[in-house]
Design a protein around this ligand. Structure first.
Ligand code: HEC
Length: 138
């Protein structure tokens, strides 16, 4: 029984979250809230590349893995540096930046109110794929 109880709990939590609306954030920006991690779909970087392209991210961002050279927004090849400056884990930083801009750290020289907020409606799986692509190899 002692080994079963925690598993049961996780199962119940997962069930409780499974009917959340698509587009709900995958990773909570609330520090220490681990519950959302438990139920987040696993991201596929290859699919995330397609999400990046389909949503026009390349028009504004430079990001080498996508062959993107946009200059309106920050260089996403340096995303790990930005997350470090903000002092939060990279995957959380990427997810928050996409779903509720502006992120806690924006490098000097870039606007803080230009990134569209419409990506908060991306389906959870697409967001997870996108975050996996943005954070791949970092
Ligand atoms: C219209 C231009 C534009 C588009 C389209 C755009 N962004 Fe942005 N993005 C920005 C700007 C400008 C910022 C700086 C913060 C802000 O404006 O809120 C930013 C910030 C970011 C950041 C955080 C970097 C930082 O530290 O400031 C990430 C990650 C990001 N964008 C990813 C994406 C992804 C992924 C997409 C496509 C789903 C996308 N952006 C589409 C302009 C854009």
């Amino acid at each position: 029984m002692r080994r079963v109880a925690p598993l049961l709990l996780v199962g119940l939590l997962a069930a409780g979250c499974s009917d959340s609306k698509p587009g709900g954030s995958v990773v909570s920006p609330v520090p220490g809230n681990r519950l959302v991690h438990v139920t987040a779909p696993k991201g596929d970087p290859a699919k995330g590349k397609a999400v990046f392209t389909a949503n026009g991210c390349a028009a504004c961002h430079t990001f080498a893995p996508a062959g993107a050279t946009g200059k309106v927004g920050p260089d996403l090849d340096k995303l790990a540096d930005y997350a470090a400056k903000a002092g939060i884990p990279l995957d959380q930083f990427a997810s928050t930046a996409v779903t509720s801009p502006p992120p806690p750290y924006v490098p000097p020289g870039y606007p803080k109110n230009v990134m569209p907020s419409t990506f908060s409606s991306l389906p959870a799986q697409q967001l997870a794929d996108l975050v996996a692509f943005l954070t791949q190899g970092k």
